[in-house]
Design a binder for this molecule. Structure first.
Ligand SMILES: Cc1ncc(COP(=O)(O)O)c(C=O)c1O
Length: 360
């Protein structure tokens, strides 16, 4: 392991968790059962049997489900639908950098609301709302990317109330929700304001990202707008992969796979938390109970350019923490560590190397 570079930049599932044989069987079953339908245009909003089974899983009527080419495509559609140049959009700060890029691309004015260990800072959010109502607020309520935090019940309820009062849409992006390794699930933010919140999920972290299958659950009005935008943008989303996911869920394999994944990832989270507590006790981080990431704040005196260049010298690749923040300077000492991709021994080694370059 000595000379091998350890990559801490990618929050993707490791190749060994992909159930390739099961997916092969699901594709073959789908083609045999419904090949004519699967291989033609399946007009937006997506492959009907998948939408139906998702509606049943989520407990909503089928006209409240839209399937897309990964959840990021749906973020892209929603930002194009709701944001015009000069509009205002709120995100958490830090937030998922790719979603932020999509919002910025619309020409909207972005406001980042600082995060705390249990979700967004409500005082800062209220002050920002009093200054200017946004068209939308993007939030990652469960096992945040990049922080690993979960938004508390109280904060979910308050954001839902303000969404009604100040008349904005909430995008609740939730690809990690099912990956809880301990503790109890909280109700979705969607459940507190179903007409204002679009809840997004995908199979990227729960089955395989290459399938590019994500979905939105929202009010029939919002889903209707997505359908119109989707037809105009892509005509139809790829149904062979949506049919694979349908077969996978129909066979009861999806929930079994999630349990398998938890058994792989839970020891990796434990290994990272234990290595950090032993080796870098001075770093501050919220203790995640699931997901893919731990977000760290390093002690004062550390700066990102130096960390990135020192990391290279000890065989570590790290993500520039500034990329996650509305004001990049706020991320000068921020590190996102994905624990999902690496086996526990490599996690231990990565933290040892990190400890060698962190200024105390
Ligand atoms: C918060 C969040 N949203 C969306 C995505 C992208 O998901 P998908 O592969 O479904 O487009 C990711 C991927 O890392 C993510 O972390």
């Amino acid at each position: 392991m000595e000379n091998h570079t350890i990559n801490l930049t990618r929050g993707v599932p490791p190749a060994e968790v992909f159930p390739i044989k099961e997916i092969e069987t699901c594709l073959s079953t789908a083609l045999n059962r419904d090949g004519g339908q699967i291989l033609t245009y399946n007009f937006v909003p997506g492959y009907a049997p998948l939408r139906q089974i998702l509606a049943e899983r989520m407990g909503v009527p089928v006209d409240q489900i839209f399937t897309g080419n990964g959840s990021l495509e749906i973020v892209n559609f929603l930002s194009s639908i709701f944001l015009n140049p000069g509009d205002c959009a709120f995100t958490e700060s830090p937030t998922y950098d790719r979603a932020n890029t999509l919002f910025k691309r619309t020409g909207a004015q972005m406001v980042g609301i600082p995060m705390e260990a249990d979700g967004v800072n409500l005082n800062a959010l209220e002050e920002a709302l009093k200054r200017r109502s946004p068209k939308l607020f993007y939030t990652i309520t469960d096992f945040h990317n990049p922080l690993g935090t979960v938004t508390s019940l109280e904060k979910r309820q308050q954001v839902a109330r303000w969404a009604q009062e100040y008349n904005f849409i909430v995008i609740e992006d939730s690809p990690y929700r099912a990956l809880r390794y301990h503790g109890e699930d909280l109700p979705t933010l969607y459940s507190f304001a179903p007409e204002r919140v679009v809840h997004l999920c995908s199979v990227s972290k729960l089955l395989a990202p290459g399938l590019r299958v994500g979905w939105a659950m929202g009010s029939p009005q919002i889903i209707g707008k997505l359908v119109k935008w989707g037809i105009d943008s892509t005509l139809a989303s790829p149904s062979p992969t949506q049919a694979i996911v349908y077969e996978y869920m129909r066979a009861g394999l999806f929930d079994i796979n999630i349990e398998r994944l938890k058994k792989v990832y839970a020891p990796r989270l434990a290994a990272l938390a234990s290595a950090l507590d032993r080796t870098l006790p001075e770093v501050i981080y919220p203790k995640p109970e699931g997901g893919f990431f731990i977000g760290l704040t390093l002690p004062a005196g550390n700066t990102m350019d130096r960390l990135i260049s020192d990391a290279n010298t000890v065989g570590l690749k790290i993500t520039d923490g500034r990329a996650f923040f509305t004001h990049p300077a706020d991320g000068e000492r921020f590190l996102r560590i994905p624990f999902c991709t690496l086996p526990p021994e490599e996690i231990e080694e990565a933290v040892q190397r990190l400890a060698g370059i962190v200024q105390r």
